[in-house]
Design a protein around this ligand. Structure first.
Ligand code: BDR
Ligand code: CA
Length: 308
């Protein structure tokens, strides 16, 4: 299986992504590093810990804590609830000897240079800190999958910007400009998947820990999605990025040069791709431009159905 580190800001869709990743036979989740985003850093770290305790996989991934110094432009408590997990309020054991996410990322990447896929489903603060502190690691990250940004779709936190990129646009810009091998999975694609109420109904028929966990989180997500997004179902943005690590063949990518607007007022945090036919810029990432949405959804649903 492919070794992955999940860098996340739980978040109900981060929770779905974690459940899928832990159950996927294609992946070995070696660590889960928290970043602030949907909720403040401390709560995001607590949520990562809570999710792993609830899922209690046979081999626990190493957990990293979000930096308390992280400064973010927004949160998404309107969608994910004040606790980030839609009011599930899990208890957690006291956190002992936890290292910061950037340290955990650095350790693991140094241990297996070139072999680790990092799936980032929150703001890119940890990845940018890592590249700033240890620039030589840029060539040692096997692959970075970035959930966020848009190509032509509207933003979701502002008219122009996607949430993860907007929250720490400087970090995102630094990561985009870095030489890391990376693939961006934009909202244009993740918006295509809406898990309807039947998804929740099917989960209720399962006895697994995964299903019990999601049943505590997701009802609130269906309510907030209806209220704030006007959709009858929930998006599973972050889980799509995990599927991109499991089954890259379900995605079509294009090599492009991209950067992030960090000073605009209306466009702050927007991702900009140079698609001019005679661009002078060197492409710096692969951008997913098409996916087999039905197959991606089926991977999510089937993996969760078989999850322990
Ligand atoms: C992203 O925003 C967050 O609220 C979700 O968890 C996801 O990572 C989608 O724009
Ligand atoms: Ca997220």
């Amino acid at each position: 299986p492919r070794k992955v580190i999940l860098d996340m800001d739980p978040g109900y869709d981060d929770a779905i992504a974690l459940c899928v990743a832990l159950a996927a036979e294609e992946l070995e989740v070696i660590s889960v590093t928290a970043t602030g985003g949907n909720v403040e850093p401390k709560l995001a770290s607590r949520n990562v810990q809570a999710l792993i305790e609830q899922l209690d996989p046979p081999r626990w991934p190493r957990i990293g804590a979000a930096s308390p110094d992280q400064i973010l432009r927004a949160d998404a408590r309107h969608l994910h609830g004040d606790d980030g997990l839609c009011g599930a309020h899990f208890q957690v054991a006291p956190l002992a000897n936890q290292h910061l996410s950037v340290k955990v990322l650095g350790d693991e990447i140094r241990k297996s240079p070139g072999n680790i896929t990092v799936v980032a489903t929150g703001p890119l603060s940890n990845i940018s800190d890592l590249l700033r502190c240890e620039p030589d690691l840029a060539s040692k990250i096997g692959h970075l999958i970035i959930l966020g940004g848009t190509v032509s779709a509207p933003g979701n936190i502002t008219a122009a910007a996607e949430f993860n990129i907007y929250c720490d646009s400087d970090a995102a810009s630094q990561v985009f400009r870095s030489p890391v091998t990376k693939t961006m999975i934009p909202l244009d694609l993740t918006n295509e998947i809406v898990l309807g109420f039947d998804f929740l109904e099917r989960l209720k028929t399962l006895e697994s820990r995964t299903s019990k966990l999601l049943q505590k989180i997701l009802p609130g997500a269906y309510r907030s999605s209806r209220q704030h997004l006007g959709i009858e179902g929930i998006n599973a943005h972050d889980a799509v990025a995990v599927v991109a690590a499991m089954r890259p063949s379900l995605f079509t990518t294009q090599r492009l040069y991209g950067d992030v607007e960090t000073s605009g007022t209306l466009t702050h945090g927007a991702t900009v791709f140079d698609r001019r036919p005679h661009s002078v810029e060197q492409p710096n990432m692969d951008v997913a431009v098409e996916m087999d949405a039905a197959a991606v959804e089926a991977v999510i649903v089937d993996t969760l159905r078989k999850a322990p």
